[in-house]
Design a protein around this ligand. Structure first.
Ligand code: SF4
Ligand code: SF4
Length: 441
């Protein structure tokens, strides 16, 4: 199959087929070079390789089949989208393209240059009509998490329906009350698409499906990061699998992640690691890695380091909490449980945001990491400013940290690699010095 077999569908949903085909060719080439050349990959990655080849083909066809049945199809750029409600209504919730530099020039015809590349990339995909997910969405879910995003929705709405959810920036009782009302309104908006009332049982079913997806990702996270000497899958593959969780059918995806985890468990038992012993173990903190933003992972893992986990929204922040369905018997109780889960997200848009720092410190210790990279996109003010507080806490604990601010252009790839190499060298030096000291005592 592949994109070419779906040309007429892509044309029907308004995709610029020629431009899209060129972009997909480049994307698949880059995937082959960066992922499929890795040695000793788990067999179960074959499914994810297949999914990549069908990312804008077979999966788009599936989503459009659902749309024919009046099931909702919602695109988002943020993990605050209550996907449990969409899945409960039998629909599809997916992350929209926003990780490529190829659309930025078009976006800059309407947006200022000095805003984050994620927003510009996403906006450009709509202007170019080269993201089949955007073209397949009934509406784009927007939220008020950062200034650039919330103003962009007004402009994006000229080109595609956008439904904005007002996410508060504090977590006081009155803020949470507003957020709960927004969740109820979101559900009503979904009902306006299906033309049907969404029952409590349907929403609970959707929640169970998404809970199971998050549990599979938690399992993958543990296998990637909790065994000191055995890292059974590369950080790049771990990141890619997580990225695909924002696009794939959740039931099929959960099954495939669990199959991958079964294989990784065996690898751990048999002491099969994709990295040499003593490879520095790094955690990446910060802004989300929308595909195909693989720049940092490639730089680290071609320089002698391993990324064992991402404290990011395409990462731990996305799957760390589940919705507790125990004793939920009314819609109001379910909305409260959804709110409990979503308000536990420690996005830097909140003030104060101390739980994020506590989580990072705990994560570092639990995973016996050797260092962290605080990664932000340029002009992402929330994460860039919060870096001060996080790095201060890391310094206090004596944790090695490298701060990298980058965009999607390939221009700084060499410079990032040089800085990563120097960072890894200092970690290796520290490790040797510690082990020497231990031997002497
Ligand atoms: S970092 Fe914040 S705004 Fe961005 S996706 Fe995550 S929760 Fe949403
Ligand atoms: S990366 Fe930062 S600036 Fe960009 S959309 Fe997310 S929160 Fe906003």
């Amino acid at each position: 199959m592949g994109v070419h077999e779906h040309r007429s569908l892509l044309k029907d949903i308004g995709v610029d087929v020629e431009r899209h085909a060129k972009m997909m060719e480049m994307g698949l080439e880059s995937y082959k070079n960066q992922f499929m050349t890795q040695k000793n990959r788990p067999e179960a990655m074959k499914y994810f390789d297949w999914f990549m080849s069908e990312i804008q083909g077979q999966r788009i066809a599936e989503i459009n089949e659902l749309r024919k049945k009046k099931r909702p199809s919602i695109g988002a750029f943020c993990i605050f989208v209550p996907e449990e409600i969409i899945v409960g209504a039998g629909g599809a919730c997916f992350g929209l393209c926003g990780g490529s530099p190829a659309t930025i020039a078009d976006a800059e015809t309407e947006l200022p240059r000095n805003i984050c590349p994620l927003i510009k990339s996403a906006h450009g995909f709509k202007l170019q009509k080269t993201c089949a997910y955007t073209q397949s969405s009934d509406f784009i879910y927007g939220e008020t998490t950062c200034e650039a995003k919330k103003k962009t929705w007004e402009i994006l709405n000229k080109h595609h329906p956008v439904k904005v959810m007002n996410i508060p920036h504090m977590k006081r009782e009155k803020d949470l009350k507003l957020w709960k009302e927004e969740l109820v309104e979101f559900k009503e908006h979904i009902e306006s698409i299906t033309g049907e009332k969404l029952s409590l049982e349907e929403m609970k079913k959707g929640t169970k499906i998404v809970n199971e997806k998050r549990e599979a990702l938690q399992r993958l996270d543990r296998l990637r990061s909790m065994n000191k000497d055995i890292i059974p899958i590369s950080g790049k593959d771990g990141l890619f699998v997580t990225q695909m969780g924002f696009l794939d059918d959740p039931v099929r995806y959960t099954q495939k992640v669990n199959e991958l985890c079964d294989e990784l468990e065996k690898r751990v038992e048999n002491k099969i690691s994709v990295f040499e012993e003593d490879t520095p173990r790094l955690i990446v903190l910060g802004t989300p890695f929308a595909p195909p933003n693989w720049k940092l992972h490639t730089a680290v893992e071609t320089s002698g380091g391993a990324i064992i986990n991402e404290e990011s929204c395409i990462g731990h922040r996305y799957y760390k909490d589940n919705v507790n369905l125990d004793e939920v018997t009314t819609e109001d109780e379910l909305m409260q449980k959804l709110l409990d889960k979503y308000s536990a997200v420690d996005c830097a848009c909140f003030t104060p945001n101390a739980p994020r720092i506590d989580k990072i410190l705990k994560m570092y210790k639990d995973r016996q990491a050797d260092g962290v990279i605080y990664y932000t996109l340029s002009f992402c003010h929330t994460y860039n400013v919060e870096a001060h507080l996080v790095t201060q806490a890391l310094e206090k604990e004596g944790i090695a940290c490298l701060v990298i601010e980058s965009d999607y252009s390939p221009e700084d790839a060499g410079q990032i690699k040089t800085r990563v190499e120097a960072f890894l060298e200092s970690i290796n030096f520290k490790k040797k010095a510690t082990s020497f000291k231990k031997k002497q005592n």
